[in-house]
Design a protein around this ligand. Structure first.
Ligand SMILES: NC(=O)c1ccc[n+]([C@@H]2O[C@H](COP(=O)([O-])OP(=O)(O)OC[C@H]3O[C@@H](n4cnc5c(N)ncnc54)[C@H](OP(=O)(O)O)[C@@H]3O)[C@@H](O)[C@H]2O)c1
Length: 340
């Protein structure tokens, strides 16, 4: 399986490290030996190698911040589209930064790859939240797979569980889909102010310098849109989904809630009712009997409701380079199984 990486940042590097660690297991267990034949990154440059790059060398180049062009065939002046077209990759991994307003440039990269009959794996929420259905139709027309396990709950299996382990329509999903806000709320519950909790999250690398996407609920909104439209079969746009973040919560109320048998959480929910799908994102005061109330720190969780099992809750890490690299690998395995 020949791969092309568009975007070689934290997730790209995490994926290479996971491949390095589990390469022999993948070969023995699944007869899968992925080769990276092209990497294109705005910051780190471009490299093509039709026979496959040495993963150790590729990882080292990332660690030493070296330009990738030193590692393989001449590739100067190639943009992402040319790399997708000219490399002999069968699968394109789209790992560029998320733009929740336009989905670009990832959406165009993905359209180009799918149109050329290449499978695509992405961890980028933007194109999936905005154009997921269109991209899935294009993939189907071209007879290839478009997979996005890493876009919701990062490496915690969710879409693969839904695709292969659930044999009934899902009625409702409700979850904690943003680890940064959950960390901040956990800290506030322990007595920190919102500002103190946010700076702790920033110090630990959980929150961006500009935390708006997390604390105002935009990140959770993108994830619930993906679930509402691609799992529950809705046709929602971001502006149709009520959204509230955690910035207006009263710290005393967050701190005191457990004494009253409750906890404040930022909950994203999508439900199918009477043929209609609705979604919302906002803080909720959950009883301690709700499994979501027991999820603390940066962990994510999602409760899925379907007949006859009732509610099933999946809890796991929602971010991290290797964790998200695992999601990429799990999508590659699904493609591999499909090809066989
Ligand atoms: N990190 C996580 O835990 C995590 C979890 C789930 C999902 N994700 C998603 O996965 C994606 C990758 O995340 P990340 O943490 O690896 O981000 P990152 O560290 O910022 O890496 C993205 C890389 O892509 C490069 N890039 C930007 N525009 C590009 C373009 N047009 N063509 C090629 N390369 C381009 C960036 O270069 P510059 O730095 O020069 O812009 C950077 O090196 C994002 O969409 C993110 O939201 C991340």
């Amino acid at each position: 399986m020949r791969l092309c990486l568009i975007g070689y940042g934290n997730v790209g590097y995490g994926f290479v490290r996971v491949l390095l660690r589990h390469g022999s297991w993948l070969r023995e267990r699944f007869e899968l030996s992925p080769k990276i034949v092209a990497v294109h990154d705005l910051r780190r440059g471009t490299v093509l190698s039709s026979l496959g790059l040495d993963l150790m060398v590729l990882a080292k180049a990332w660690e030493e911040n070296r330009n990738l062009s030193e590692l393989g065939e001449s590739s100067s002046g190639l943009d992402a589209f040319s790399v997708i077209k000219e490399s002999n990759a069968e699968v394109v991994l789209e790992l560029t930064p998320t733009d929740l307003a336009t989905g670009e440039p990832a959406a165009s990269h993905i359209r180009t790859a799918l149109s050329l009959g290449k499978h695509v794996v992405t961890t980028n929420k933007g194109p999936v939240a905005l154009f997921g259905k269109e991209l899935l139709v294009l993939a189907r027309e071209k007879g290839v797979q478009f997979r996005f396990e890493g876009t919701v709950m990062a490496g915690t299996p969710l879409f693969s569980l839904i695709d292969s382990g659930v044999a009934a329509p899902i009625r409702r999903v409700r979850g904690i889909l943003n680890g940064t806000t959950n960390f901040i709320l956990t800290q506030m519950e322990a007595g920190k102010t919102y500002e103190e909790a946010l700076s702790e999250a920033q110090r630990l690398g959980y929150a961006e310098t500009d935390p708006t996407a997390d604390v105002e609920g935009f990140d959770a909104l993108a994830k619930i849109l993906i679930l509402a439209n691609l799992v529950l079969g809705g046709d929602l746009r971001a502006q149709e989904v009520p959204r509230e973040g955690i910035t207006k919560l009263d710290p005393k109320e967050v701190q005191n809630a457990p004494k009253e048998g409750c906890r404040w959480k930022l909950v994203a929910e999508a439900v199918r009712e009477g043929g209609e799908v609705r979604a919302k994102v906002g803080p909720e005061r959950l009883p301690l009997s709700d499994p979501l109330s027991q999820v603390s720190g940066v962990l994510n969780a999602l409760t899925l409701e379907f007949d006859p099992l009732g509610a099933i809750t999946v809890i796991g890490p929602g971010a991290g380079p290797e964790v998200t690299g695992h999601a990429v690998l799990s999508d590659l395995l699904a493609i591999h199984r499909g090809l066989r």
